[in-house]
Design a protein around this ligand. Structure first.
Ligand code: GLN
Length: 544
């Protein structure tokens, strides 16, 4: 039985208003009152998951512990609530149709015409209730991607409408996030787009209980009254969500607006205890009052869209706050870094990270960056493809295997130092077939990795097809690149480090995915510490 209270978060007027942040912030406030909360994202696109999408389409592809390739909003949920999500927390139209069509072929609906209503909507409802039915949660927040009025979100809205009757009104609540545009020339906040957006919801049979309004200005009382009157909500259910560059401040802002209290009252729950946000406030205080700063270069090929590297950017924010240090992330297009230009682009940095990625574009620039970092004692963190590039760079420039490469972009090299994993060789389908999710790793004592984590066994999340070719490991280790982390079951190399470098670490996994406000990732924390040392040394000209 589904024993959870359900909160649905829909969006109107436009997409990209920050439904993910609002959902995560509300979830945080409820969690801080002692409730067990989870959040799920419903995406109306037809892809089964975002694993096959270019990051320019929807930003980074997040990976869950159980190997799900998921929407980046799941990253916000994990970072805010310090919880882990799973494949069940991200449902797409593609997954829903896939299930229904598989059932149809199996004969589950024998004799019946399979239709959007009831078969697709029933399947959506099954997904809505699935997490609640585990009995693990007091609240399940369901964020509906896209915008009300989009053709593809209609079945989801209809499923929400029906869910109300199944759950009962005291277990069901709709929060609608909209935009109040500000017209400079008349000096007014306009309510009409919100009125229209709510009408679209009403046409579909759903009455929002609470309106959360994104705005660049404070919402005057008369505008709140107007919104309440024309959108059928209580006056105190019009919540202001004022623009704020620090997403981690949003829980406190919506708390001031009493969003959590409105939710509890409407769901017939007590207003006590108050949320305990002490740890959150400590984090926020450190974040907002840095005593130092460092410049970190982020070299990648999707730098025009920072959302493509969301988790890395947030991991730097968490690690920076830990050191009370402002981390200025400088985005550098990998294609711009050429050997001769590397010094000019990288000299002012205190550390550099080479991002994950796929394909050949930008590889040479990444390798040039790594060469510069290795030779100039610049702290370096290579993530997944970044680690693989570090291995190629070392093979080419230290071991002098000039043609060394990864099989991903060079089938003919005599030195495939990065090669396709055995298990990947027979795979032809692209979707969901990489090495995905959490795997164990054993750290070597005396390494930077061991020092950072402070323990021998760790578990980290993966998303890749290629790996370090262990046939060459002995040559690498003799020349100073060591395997600092090994998978205890398969012996795959998960972390490489340079012995004679102040901080040079490459990970085959994605450490950024497990960094949260409460638990900044140890490798990021250690990397920022190294960047601070690098900055000091540069200033005082003290060599290592
Ligand atoms: N393209 C590389 C691989 O598949 C690296 C993947 C990544 O950076 N996530 O192994």
């Amino acid at each position: 039985m589904d024993t959870a209270k359900h909160i649905f978060v829909t969006g109107g007027v436009t997409s990209s208003l920050g439904k993910g942040i609002i959902s995560a912030s509300l979830g945080k406030l409820l969690q801080a009152r002692g409730y067990k909360v989870t959040i799920q994202k419903f995406d109306p696109y037809i892809n089964i998951d975002p694993g096959t999408l270019n990051p320019y389409e929807h930003g980074e592809c997040y990976v869950t512990e159980d190997g799900g390739e998921a929407d980046l909003d799941l990253g916000h949920y994990e970072r805010f609530l310090n919880i882990t999500t799973s494949q069940a927390n991200n449902v797409t139209t593609g997954k829903i149709y896939n299930t229904v069509i598989t059932k149809e072929r199996r004969g589950d609906y024998l004799g019946k015409t399979v239709q959007v209503v009831p078969h697709i909507t029933d399947e959506i409802k099954r997904s809505i209730f699935a997490l609640g039915e585990t009995g693990k949660y007091d609240f399940v927040i369901t964020e509906i991607g896209g915008c009300v009025g989009d053709i593809e979100s209609l079945p989801f809205i209809e499923a929400i409408r029906q869910a109300r009757w199944e759950l009962g009104t005291t277990n069901f609540l709709v929060v609608h996030l909209t935009l109040l545009p500000y017209l400079k020339f008349t000096g007014e906040l306009k309510t009409k787009p919100t009125q229209h957006a709510v009408k679209r919801l009403l046409e579909a049979g759903v009455q929002p209980d609470i309106l959360v309004c994104r705005t660049e200005r404070k919402i005057p009382q008369e505008i709140r009254k107007k919104l309440a009157l024309f959108c059928n909500v209580d006056y105190d259910s019009v919540i202001e969500a004022i623009d704020n560059p620090i997403i981690y401040e949003v829980p406190l802002l919506i708390r001031k607006e009493k969003l959590d209290e409105r939710v509890l009252t409407k769901l017939h729950l007590p207003l006590l205890p108050e949320p305990d946000m002490t740890e959150w406030e400590v984090f926020l205080h450190k974040l907002k009052n840095p005593v130092s700063e460092v410049n970190i270069g982020l070299v990648g090929k999707y730098v025009a869209l920072p959302d493509a590297y969301k988790s890395i950017i947030e991991a730097f924010i968490h690690a920076g706050a830990n050191h009370e240090c402002k981390v200025n992330v400088r985005f550098i297009s990998a294609e711009e870094v050429k050997d001769e230009k590397a010094a000019e682009l990288l000299a002012s940095l205190n550390g550099v990270v080479i991002t994950p990625g796929f394909g050949e574009r930008g590889i040479e620039g990444k390798i040039s960056t790594i060469k510069y970092a290795r030779e100039n004692e610049l702290p370096f963190l290579g993530i997944c493809l970044g680690m693989q590039c570090a291995v190629v760079e070392f093979a080419r420039n230290v071991l002098n295997w000039e043609t060394a490469a990864s099989r991903e972009y060079d089938e003919t090299s005599a030195y495939q130092v990065i090669d396709l994993m055995e298990a990947q060789k027979r795979i032809v389908k692209k979707g969901g077939t990489m090495r995905l999710g959490a795997y164990a790793c054993k750290l070597k004592k005396g390494t930077k990795a061991y020092e950072s984590y402070g323990r021998e066994y760790i578990s980290e999340r993966h998303r890749h097809r290629y790996e370090l070719n262990s046939q060459y490991l002995e040559d690498f280790e003799k020349a100073g690149m060591i395997a600092a982390g090994i998978n205890p079951d398969t012996a795959l190399v998960e972390i490489i480090e340079l012995k004679d470098h102040p901080w040079f670490v490459g990970t085959q996994f994605h450490p950024e995915l497990k960094s949260t406000t409460l638990h900044p990732h140890p490798l990021f924390v250690s990397f920022i510490k190294a960047a601070l040392v690098c900055k000091k040394r540069k200033k005082t000209h003290v060599p290592y």
